[in-house]
Write a protein that binds this ligand. Sequence first.
Ligand code: FES
Length: 181
Amino acid sequence: MAWITKNSATARIEKRDQPYLTGEMKQHLTSTVLPRYERKAGALLPCLHAVQHEYGWVPHQAMMEIAAFLSLPPAEVIDTASFYEEYWLKPKGQHLIQVCRSIACEVCGHEKITQAIKDKLGIDVGETTDDGMFTLIELECLGSCGTAPAALIDETLHENLTTEAILKAIDQVKAGGGKHH
Ligand code: FES
């Protein structure tokens, strides 16, 4: 079997001068979140959440800053952030398209829906368009199995989907512009 090499040794980490975890955020976390935990480390998830809430995702630099803030090894912060699916470790587009891939939607042809979106936007599942407008993911049951296949575009649920309907919905979002996280 061939070795699969990881490029983590040569991966480039984006850095910016201003911190992601600003003085104001630290102050807020120190006064309202840290007192709820016996040890500072307990506040790791709320800190990750605060960063994601502010920026829409959790950049690598922010994880380093959280590690320093909570006196934790950076590896522990990175492990935790990558363990939970709710944390975005890559920038997210202005609009998030989430196609259900659970059983009812699978039976009703979710694959065709996903494929139509991929073809239209020129991205794969988990990717963001070059203009930063759309990110596409698949997720588990949206609780709309009776009207499968279903997908969310931002907070709007689209049911009984056809490929035409989802492409039209994307066009409408494009025409409307606006920023949503
Ligand atoms: S399986 Fe898709 S909404 Fe439930």
